[in-house]
Design a protein around this ligand. Structure first.
Ligand SMILES: [Zn+2]
Length: 262
Protein backbone atom coordinates (compact mmCIF):
# COMPACT_ATOMS: atom_id res chain seq x y z
CA UNK A 1 0.00 0.00 0.00
CA UNK A 2 2.80 2.35 0.85
CA UNK A 3 4.61 1.59 -2.37
CA UNK A 4 1.47 2.42 -4.27
CA UNK A 5 1.15 5.67 -2.36
CA UNK A 6 4.67 6.67 -3.23
CA UNK A 7 4.17 5.79 -6.87
CA UNK A 8 1.15 8.03 -6.90
CA UNK A 9 3.17 10.76 -5.24
CA UNK A 10 5.99 10.54 -7.73
CA UNK A 11 3.67 10.48 -10.69
CA UNK A 12 1.92 13.49 -9.21
CA UNK A 13 5.12 15.43 -9.45
CA UNK A 14 6.14 15.53 -5.80
CA UNK A 15 9.50 14.07 -4.93
CA UNK A 16 10.19 13.20 -1.34
CA UNK A 17 13.45 13.37 0.48
CA UNK A 18 14.43 9.77 1.11
CA UNK A 19 16.31 10.02 4.35
CA UNK A 20 17.06 12.60 7.00
CA UNK A 21 19.25 15.30 5.50
CA UNK A 22 19.03 14.01 1.97
CA UNK A 23 19.77 16.77 -0.55
CA UNK A 24 16.73 18.84 -1.36
CA UNK A 25 14.96 17.51 -4.40
CA UNK A 26 13.93 19.86 -7.12
CA UNK A 27 10.21 20.35 -7.38
CA UNK A 28 8.97 19.29 -10.76
CA UNK A 29 5.29 19.80 -10.20
CA UNK A 30 3.50 21.33 -13.10
CA UNK A 31 1.80 24.60 -12.30
CA UNK A 32 -1.95 24.19 -11.94
CA UNK A 33 -4.19 25.59 -14.61
CA UNK A 34 -4.99 28.70 -12.63
CA UNK A 35 -1.31 29.62 -12.44
CA UNK A 36 -1.38 30.61 -16.06
CA UNK A 37 -4.68 32.41 -15.81
CA UNK A 38 -5.05 36.13 -15.64
CA UNK A 39 -4.05 37.75 -12.37
CA UNK A 40 -7.61 38.97 -12.07
CA UNK A 41 -9.20 35.51 -12.10
CA UNK A 42 -12.16 35.02 -9.83
CA UNK A 43 -11.41 32.98 -6.73
CA UNK A 44 -12.82 29.48 -6.68
CA UNK A 45 -12.62 28.52 -3.01
CA UNK A 46 -13.66 24.88 -3.19
CA UNK A 47 -14.56 23.86 -6.71
CA UNK A 48 -10.96 23.38 -7.82
CA UNK A 49 -9.67 21.96 -4.54
CA UNK A 50 -7.66 18.72 -4.79
CA UNK A 51 -9.69 15.70 -3.71
CA UNK A 52 -6.92 13.12 -3.17
CA UNK A 53 -3.91 13.07 -0.83
CA UNK A 54 -1.49 12.95 -3.76
CA UNK A 55 -3.06 15.85 -5.61
CA UNK A 56 -3.33 17.85 -2.38
CA UNK A 57 0.40 17.45 -1.86
CA UNK A 58 1.10 18.30 -5.49
CA UNK A 59 -0.88 21.54 -5.12
CA UNK A 60 1.06 22.54 -2.00
CA UNK A 61 4.32 21.79 -3.80
CA UNK A 62 3.24 23.83 -6.80
CA UNK A 63 2.15 26.70 -4.56
CA UNK A 64 5.50 26.67 -2.79
CA UNK A 65 7.27 26.73 -6.15
CA UNK A 66 5.24 29.80 -7.10
CA UNK A 67 6.18 31.43 -3.79
CA UNK A 68 9.88 30.69 -4.25
CA UNK A 69 9.80 32.07 -7.78
CA UNK A 70 8.05 35.27 -6.69
CA UNK A 71 5.10 34.29 -8.85
CA UNK A 72 2.25 33.79 -6.44
CA UNK A 73 -1.15 33.77 -8.11
CA UNK A 74 -3.75 32.69 -5.56
CA UNK A 75 -2.71 35.11 -2.82
CA UNK A 76 -2.27 38.21 -4.94
CA UNK A 77 -5.84 38.63 -6.06
CA UNK A 78 -6.89 41.35 -3.63
CA UNK A 79 -9.53 42.70 -5.99
CA UNK A 80 -11.89 39.84 -5.16
CA UNK A 81 -11.71 39.66 -1.38
CA UNK A 82 -15.40 40.40 -0.88
CA UNK A 83 -16.41 37.73 -3.39
CA UNK A 84 -14.05 35.25 -1.75
CA UNK A 85 -15.56 35.90 1.67
CA UNK A 86 -19.07 35.61 0.32
CA UNK A 87 -18.30 32.29 -1.33
CA UNK A 88 -17.01 30.88 1.94
CA UNK A 89 -19.79 31.98 4.27
CA UNK A 90 -21.81 28.83 3.66
CA UNK A 91 -19.00 26.46 4.51
CA UNK A 92 -15.42 25.34 4.07
CA UNK A 93 -13.64 22.38 2.56
CA UNK A 94 -9.92 22.92 3.17
CA UNK A 95 -7.98 20.31 1.23
CA UNK A 96 -4.99 20.32 3.56
CA UNK A 97 -4.23 20.67 7.25
CA UNK A 98 -1.03 22.50 8.10
CA UNK A 99 0.50 21.95 11.52
CA UNK A 100 3.40 24.32 11.88
CA UNK A 101 5.27 26.58 14.28
CA UNK A 102 3.89 29.89 15.54
CA UNK A 103 7.06 31.61 14.31
CA UNK A 104 6.11 34.81 12.49
CA UNK A 105 8.49 33.96 9.67
CA UNK A 106 6.45 30.90 8.64
CA UNK A 107 3.35 32.33 6.91
CA UNK A 108 1.83 29.08 5.71
CA UNK A 109 -0.85 30.56 3.44
CA UNK A 110 1.70 32.69 1.61
CA UNK A 111 4.43 30.11 1.32
CA UNK A 112 1.95 27.60 -0.14
CA UNK A 113 0.16 30.35 -2.10
CA UNK A 114 -3.31 29.34 -0.92
CA UNK A 115 -6.16 31.74 -0.26
CA UNK A 116 -8.86 31.53 2.44
CA UNK A 117 -10.81 28.30 2.56
CA UNK A 118 -7.96 26.10 1.30
CA UNK A 119 -5.78 25.43 4.36
CA UNK A 120 -6.82 24.45 7.88
CA UNK A 121 -3.96 25.66 10.03
CA UNK A 122 -2.85 24.68 13.52
CA UNK A 123 0.10 26.68 14.79
CA UNK A 124 1.89 26.11 18.05
CA UNK A 125 5.49 26.77 18.99
CA UNK A 126 7.69 23.92 17.82
CA UNK A 127 4.89 22.53 15.61
CA UNK A 128 4.10 20.31 18.57
CA UNK A 129 0.32 20.08 18.79
CA UNK A 130 -1.24 19.44 22.17
CA UNK A 131 -4.40 17.35 22.48
CA UNK A 132 -6.60 20.23 21.37
CA UNK A 133 -4.40 20.71 18.34
CA UNK A 134 -4.78 17.04 17.48
CA UNK A 135 -8.53 17.34 17.99
CA UNK A 136 -8.53 20.26 15.57
CA UNK A 137 -6.78 18.10 12.97
CA UNK A 138 -9.30 15.31 13.56
CA UNK A 139 -12.15 17.77 13.02
CA UNK A 140 -10.75 18.95 9.70
CA UNK A 141 -9.97 15.44 8.47
CA UNK A 142 -13.21 13.86 9.61
CA UNK A 143 -15.76 16.65 9.17
CA UNK A 144 -14.25 18.94 6.56
CA UNK A 145 -12.73 16.23 4.38
CA UNK A 146 -9.10 17.38 4.34
CA UNK A 147 -6.90 14.89 2.49
CA UNK A 148 -3.47 15.77 3.77
CA UNK A 149 -1.72 16.79 6.98
CA UNK A 150 1.64 18.50 6.64
CA UNK A 151 3.60 18.74 9.89
CA UNK A 152 6.10 21.43 9.07
CA UNK A 153 9.13 22.44 11.08
CA UNK A 154 11.47 25.18 9.98
CA UNK A 155 15.08 26.27 10.08
CA UNK A 156 16.21 28.53 12.93
CA UNK A 157 13.33 27.36 15.14
CA UNK A 158 13.44 29.13 18.51
CA UNK A 159 11.38 26.41 20.18
CA UNK A 160 13.84 23.70 19.18
CA UNK A 161 16.71 25.92 20.26
CA UNK A 162 15.06 26.53 23.65
CA UNK A 163 14.59 22.81 24.23
CA UNK A 164 18.19 22.22 23.23
CA UNK A 165 19.53 24.98 25.48
CA UNK A 166 17.46 23.92 28.49
CA UNK A 167 18.79 20.37 28.13
CA UNK A 168 16.12 19.00 30.44
CA UNK A 169 16.07 21.84 32.97
CA UNK A 170 12.68 23.51 33.48
CA UNK A 171 11.97 26.54 31.33
CA UNK A 172 10.10 29.48 32.96
CA UNK A 173 6.36 30.06 33.05
CA UNK A 174 4.19 27.59 31.22
CA UNK A 175 6.96 26.61 28.86
CA UNK A 176 7.11 23.28 30.69
CA UNK A 177 4.19 22.34 28.45
CA UNK A 178 6.33 22.96 25.37
CA UNK A 179 9.05 20.77 26.85
CA UNK A 180 6.48 18.07 27.55
CA UNK A 181 5.20 18.25 23.99
CA UNK A 182 8.72 17.82 22.62
CA UNK A 183 9.86 15.31 25.24
CA UNK A 184 12.31 12.75 23.94
CA UNK A 185 13.59 14.89 21.08
CA UNK A 186 17.09 15.40 22.47
CA UNK A 187 17.40 11.73 23.41
CA UNK A 188 16.26 10.68 19.92
CA UNK A 189 18.82 12.82 18.16
CA UNK A 190 22.01 13.18 20.19
CA UNK A 191 24.84 15.41 19.07
CA UNK A 192 27.53 13.62 17.09
CA UNK A 193 31.09 13.98 18.39
CA UNK A 194 32.26 15.98 15.37
CA UNK A 195 29.07 17.98 14.94
CA UNK A 196 28.81 21.65 15.84
CA UNK A 197 25.74 23.08 17.56
CA UNK A 198 24.33 24.62 14.38
CA UNK A 199 24.41 21.31 12.53
CA UNK A 200 22.91 19.54 15.52
CA UNK A 201 20.07 22.05 15.71
CA UNK A 202 19.34 21.47 12.03
CA UNK A 203 19.01 17.76 12.63
CA UNK A 204 16.82 18.40 15.66
CA UNK A 205 14.47 20.59 13.59
CA UNK A 206 13.97 17.83 11.05
CA UNK A 207 13.69 15.15 13.72
CA UNK A 208 11.07 17.19 15.54
CA UNK A 209 8.90 17.49 12.42
CA UNK A 210 9.13 13.75 11.86
CA UNK A 211 8.44 12.91 15.51
CA UNK A 212 5.46 15.26 15.75
CA UNK A 213 3.99 13.75 12.58
CA UNK A 214 4.42 10.25 14.00
CA UNK A 215 2.85 11.43 17.26
CA UNK A 216 -0.36 12.20 15.37
CA UNK A 217 -0.60 8.55 14.35
CA UNK A 218 0.32 7.34 17.81
CA UNK A 219 -2.17 9.57 19.62
CA UNK A 220 -5.11 9.62 17.22
CA UNK A 221 -6.96 6.46 16.29
CA UNK A 222 -9.19 8.50 14.02
CA UNK A 223 -6.30 9.91 12.00
CA UNK A 224 -4.59 6.52 11.96
CA UNK A 225 -7.63 4.85 10.44
CA UNK A 226 -7.95 7.50 7.75
CA UNK A 227 -4.24 7.18 6.98
CA UNK A 228 -4.36 3.39 6.89
CA UNK A 229 -7.22 3.61 4.40
CA UNK A 230 -5.14 5.97 2.23
CA UNK A 231 -7.80 8.65 2.63
CA UNK A 232 -5.30 10.87 4.39
CA UNK A 233 -1.57 11.36 4.13
CA UNK A 234 0.50 12.63 7.02
CA UNK A 235 3.66 14.21 5.66
CA UNK A 236 6.54 15.68 7.69
CA UNK A 237 8.17 18.72 6.11
CA UNK A 238 10.78 21.38 6.77
CA UNK A 239 10.59 25.01 5.66
CA UNK A 240 13.84 26.80 4.89
CA UNK A 241 13.57 30.43 6.02
CA UNK A 242 16.33 31.56 3.66
CA UNK A 243 15.30 29.91 0.41
CA UNK A 244 11.56 29.69 1.00
CA UNK A 245 11.59 26.04 0.01
CA UNK A 246 9.49 23.41 1.75
CA UNK A 247 11.17 20.01 1.76
CA UNK A 248 8.55 17.28 1.96
CA UNK A 249 9.41 13.90 3.43
CA UNK A 250 7.65 10.61 2.71
CA UNK A 251 4.07 10.15 3.90
CA UNK A 252 4.03 8.12 7.09
CA UNK A 253 3.01 4.51 6.82
CA UNK A 254 -0.05 3.80 8.93
CA UNK A 255 -0.83 0.30 10.08
CA UNK A 256 -4.42 -0.74 9.33
CA UNK A 257 -6.49 -0.85 12.50
CA UNK A 258 -7.21 -4.60 12.27
CA UNK A 259 -3.52 -5.44 12.17
CA UNK A 260 -2.57 -2.87 14.77
CA UNK A 261 -4.20 -4.91 17.54
CA UNK A 262 -2.48 -8.21 16.78
ZN1 LIG B 1 9.73 27.54 15.37
Amino acid sequence: MRTLALLIAVTSGVLFAEEPHAPATKAKAKPPAHATASATHSPAPASDAPDMPSTALAELSAGNARFMAGKRTRTLDTGHDAAMRAALVAGQAPFAIIITCSDSRVPDALLFDQEAGRLFTIREAGNAPDLQGIASAEYAAEHLGSKLIVVMGHTSCGAVKAIHSANGKPLPGNLWALQAGMAGLLESTPQDPNEDTKAHLSRLEEANARRQAQALLDRSGLLSELAAAEKLWIVPALYNLASGKVQFFKPLAAVPALQAHH
